[in-house]
Design a protein around this ligand. Sequence first.
Ligand code: SIN
Ligand code: CO
Length: 378
Amino acid sequence: MSDFSLEQLLGGISPETFLAEYWQKKPLLVRQALPGFGDWLDRASLSELALRDDAESRLVRFIRGQCLLDHGPFEVDDLAGLPKKNWSLLVSGVNHFLPEGDALLHAFDFIPLARLDDLMVSFAPTGGGVGPHFDSYDVFLIQGQGRRRWEISAQDDLEIMDGAPLRILKHFHPEQSWELEPGDMLYLPPQYAHNGVALNDCMTWSVGFRVPTAEDMVGNFLNYLQDNLKPAGLYSDPDLKRPRHPAEIPTTMLDQVATMLKAIHWDKKLVEDFLGGYLSEPKAHIFFDPPERPLKAAAFAKIVAKQGLRLDPRSQLLFRGHTFYMNGERLDASPEALATLQSLADHRQLPPTVLVEPLLPILLEWYSAGYLLPGMAR
Ligand code: SIN
Ligand code: CO
């Protein structure tokens, strides 16, 4: 995990300087950010991931100038016999299936884990790509096998082509262009127009970030309020007067409902609890695999004392203060458990540790749910 050199990853710039000068502001090209990078996956192993129903995959083809988009899971035959040129297979959430991918994603932990989304990997033969576009999120594009030409533009014209199944820019005016070799990396801020074209069999690894829309956050918060607020009282009207128009909604009714609604309030503590659950909630297609024959407490403690433990790559563990959010579930940690749980959340693993109360039952429960595994990442 810690094999990545942050200094090299950012081309000798400190994370602080990167955040101050580049993050959400301007592109950065780093030659040899990850020297020797690129052989964790090849076309065949990426294609295998694209057959899984717990992976999100897409196939983009350009045929006679027309863009075609198909969503996975694919059948073996869908991916065999593809043309020699001009297509791309993209698989999201590769960090969930590939421990090295999980480690690569978390090498970017100079940005809060609450902002990290996932690692997407694409394969494209010569000419393949997804067309000129922009993304709503920041992205680090890391070149794996092969070479790709990236063209980028700070253009304000972000008009999208009508009728295409992908969001492709109507007018793209490249301002800068580079050929990326294995291990090179390009950072792009949100809304930055870009186009990556494979120059030969090429794999690109994209570290992407979460950018919830205000609409999504507010909608989810309102659902949370609905589940958590338990307003008391019943509508009542002991002083009811006979109406002139029986069909007219009475003013007294309107006033009473307005008063009821005004009583809805929330504080930062409630927002905090909502956010912890919302940010750590697994995506809809994610399921955990509890161990078939779970170890009992003593055996679990023994193996953790010898080998440590690690989060399942699908797990999201966040915290604020002494409250932890593991895959959408909340846990209030006692002071004795706090430092160890913080360390587990920050590093996604624990070195060999002697587990005693109150940690043992917490970690045993998470292990039994499939949220964590004995043994550290290799
Ligand atoms: C790709 O890997 O081809 C797509 C990356 C991107 O442009 O967002
Ligand atoms: Co993009």
